[in-house]
Design a protein around this ligand. Sequence first.
Ligand SMILES: Cc1cc2nc3c(=O)[nH]c(=O)nc-3n(C[C@H](O)[C@H](O)[C@H](O)COP(=O)(O)OP(=O)(O)OC[C@H]3O[C@@H](n4cnc5c(N)ncnc54)[C@H](O)[C@@H]3O)c2cc1C
Length: 298
Amino acid sequence: MRVEEDFDVKNLTSFKTGGKIKKVYFPSNLDDFVEITNTESDFQVFGNLSNTLVSSDGYDGVVVLTTQMTDFSVEGTRVKTDCGLKGPKLSQVVAEDGLSGMEFMVAFPGTVGGEVFMNAGAHGQTISDIFVSATCWSRSRGGFTLTKEEMEFSYRTSICQRENYVVLAAEFELTPALQEEIKAKMQENLNFRHAKQPSLALPNCGSVFRNPEGDSAGRLLEAAGAKQFKIGGARVWENHANFIVNDRAGTSADILELMYNMYKVVKEKFNIELKPEVRFLGGNNEKEVELCSQLKII
Ligand SMILES: Cc1cc2nc3c(=O)[nH]c(=O)nc-3n(C[C@H](O)[C@H](O)[C@H](O)COP(=O)(O)OP(=O)(O)OC[C@H]3O[C@@H](n4cnc5c(N)ncnc54)[C@H](O)[C@@H]3O)c2cc1C
């Protein structure tokens, strides 16, 4: 198994910020993962780092990146996959098999494990709509299976976030449909992205804040004047106020400070506390830690 020490993840993150991580494992399968659990007493698991802000001062601990755990199978309408497979790849494979339900996954760069953990969704579909069960792991429980009910999915969350469960593999049930219709829907989703959201050529993490109940974070931020905000190399995207883009020179501290200013202006104007969708990995930089605590970022 590939193991790296003092490994710089900056180029792996969607924001293109971050620093060195003390030790990074890249398991390829379940056996590799079990080996890590036997070797390391404490570690954090991430997928494609597409929803994670990594401290510019790095992280002084052990991280497991799952992006090489990519085995999958399709039998009839049932799809089983290891956690590290990326959504765009999986959605394209099942489209070729005439299976509908994963069209939304084509348009953003998460892994299946990250998407289950976050209950990712877009274009009227979410991972919970097609989810059957997952093989999970935690230090206290070891390996176990969670059904859809046990997963306690709701908007951008699942029990895995609350209990710190690792998702190792997942099973989905899809619906047969015409290949042309599935592909047309995927193209429509991609067209929507190109028209309404920044491409990854402008490093970004997708939506920064969750939508508060009955409203949109983008609308609130725009109405509060956040579209003009900028800190260092990080700025609010000119076409949609719930996106931060990094003009390459930005640091994670710039992004956090900008997030805090966005949060503060909405709180002042509407008395609504926006909740970040983005996750954080770090701990060495006092300013970042303080901003994360103000923003209640995990
Ligand atoms: C351009 C862009 C557009 C986006 N659009 C959307 C969108 O429309 N809808 C949407 O929902 N999201 C969107 N996202 C956010 C992101 O892709 C999703 O949140 C995705 O689910 C994160 O997957 P990941 O593998 O990159 O997770 P990471 O960023 O690696 O991790 C995110 C969180 O999941 C946890 N995690 C990751 N893998 C596992 C695992 N196997 N087991 C347990 N925990 C795990 C991590 O600990 C972390 O807390 C977008 C991101 C980008 C960059």
